[in-house]
Design a protein around this ligand. Structure first.
Ligand code: GDP
Ligand code: MN
Length: 389
């Protein structure tokens, strides 16, 4: 789960990390009023969307008077901002953050992220922060330094100090940065974050630091126990199909491919997605209907996939155990009674009550092609949809 920059900054502030004075606004009038409450002579207007790369795409504007703030907010609010991270459809801007602008002498990068390979939190620092951090990672990876926390999510201060040493900072600045990095690690651990990123962390003319940008991503599986973070969720940022699936208790994640995929069990769903990729196409979603699925769950899942404009074919892969194959077949048939299904559909059923399930499918109005194995099912749907990637 992502939260907005202004919310991430509230969290940073609550941990004692300095952030600019600012207010969030949903209209140009609010933005103007916010600017008037902040001391100048510089103001910054920032589009609040769940994507970075705004600076180079018109989502961050420096203004030299409050009227400019109002005008910049009027341009940004309601627009679909396209950045390298949004995809071509962009993201609708519904809020802007108005901040007191500062002049900076330098920008560094600081982050804590979960390293999935080692299963540990990694503390990352680069003296070359700012908007070009991605190209720094490519052209001078040695400018990005990492230290891994131990299994108890702990990093010794001397390790953090090594990250920031030799970057042209004073001893006092090094000491302060060390404490910021350790605080970010504590925040990541306490809030179950997958990412806590400050880019840029600006060095001010006074030598002090200020977090000009903040990005925090919290583990979806931990949202239940992170009540204060859960309350920050912006439902406008969640895809409507994911909202619908969530309301129906479906385990659904929308992806970028064209083959809608339904399976029972997360493992089987993942394996099915792999099989589709191996057959040369990309899955349009992850959908695990689980062991306790009812006919209705199956019907709902199929309808969610069919409501997705990018889906060109459907693959249902069920290994009947607790979830019986005839229940799945009835669910699919039930959905077919409600909506016209014109997309190709391949169903592979195996396990409990498989014969009964196959009979139901044959007698239904579904345009179903059956398959013998997972690989066979994947090849068939890719052939039928002609969407080889
Ligand atoms: P991103 O491009 O989406 O990551 O947006 P950022 O919040 O990082 O803003 C982009 C850039 O705007 C930053 O790298 C800074 O260089 C600049 N910026 C943001 N706020 C200020 C500010 O208060 N003063 C100055 N001088 N630059 C700022
Ligand atoms: Mn940034």
């Amino acid at each position: 789960m992502n939260i907005h920059e202004y919310q991430a900054k509230e969290l940073l502030r609550s941990y004692g990390i300095p952030v600019p004075h600012g207010r969030v606004a949903s209209s140009p009038e609010e933005a103007l009023a916010a600017a008037r409450m902040l001391a100048g002579p510089l103001w910054v207007v920032k589009a609040q969307i769940h994507a970075g790369g705004r600076g180079a795409s018109g989502g961050v504007k420096l203004c030299s008077n409050p009227n400019d703030v109002g005008q910049s907010a009027a341009v940004m609010l309601g627009m679909r901002l396209v950045t390298p991270q949004t995809g071509p459809e962009g993201k609708l801007v519904q809020k802007v953050l108005v901040e007191q602008g500062v002049s900076t002498v330098r920008e560094v990068y600081a982050a804590v992220t979960l390293d999935r390979t080692s299963g540990r939190l990694a503390v990352v620092f680069s003296p070359n922060g700012g908007m070009d951090i991605e190209s720094v990672a490519v052209t001078s990876p040695d400018r990005i330094r990492t230290v891994y926390a131990d299994a108890a999510h702990h990093v010794w201060p001397f390790q953090a100090r090594q990250l920031v040493h030799g970057c042209g900072l004073s001893a006092k600045q090094e000491q302060y940065l060390t404490s910021v990095l350790c605080t970010m690690l504590r925040l990541a651990q306490e809030k179950d974050a997958l990412l806590v990123e400050i880019n840029p962390l600006a060095v001010l003319p006074s030598g002090e630091f200020l977090a000009l940008d903040a990005k925090i991503q919290v583990d979806d599986s931990a949202v239940k126990r992170q009540i204060s973070v859960a309350a920050m969720e912006d439902f406008d940022e969640v895809h409507p199909l994911e909202m619908r699936a969530r309301a129906q208790g479906l385990n659904y994640v929308r992806l970028e491919g064209c083959v809608g995929t339904m399976a029972n069990g997360a493992g089987l769903a993942m394996a099915t997605m792999d099989a589709i990729k191996q057959a040369g196409a990309l899955p349009a979603n992850f959908l695990d209907v689980g062991g306790g699925a009812k006919e209705e769950t199956i019907a709902n899942g199929l309808q969610v996939m069919l409501a997705d404009g990018q889906v060109r074919g459907i693959l249902v892969n069920i290994f009947g155990g607790i979830l019986r194959c005839d229940v799945v077949a009835h669910g699919l048939a039930r959905a077919a009674e409600k909506i016209q299904i014109s997309l190709p559909m391949v169903v592979r059923l195996e396990g409990t009550n498989v014969e009964a399930g196959r009979r139901v499918l044959q007698e239904s109005a579904l345009p179903v092609v059956t398959a013998e194995s997972m690989a066979d099912a994947a090849c068939k749907i890719v052939e039928l949809t002609e969407v080889r990637a």
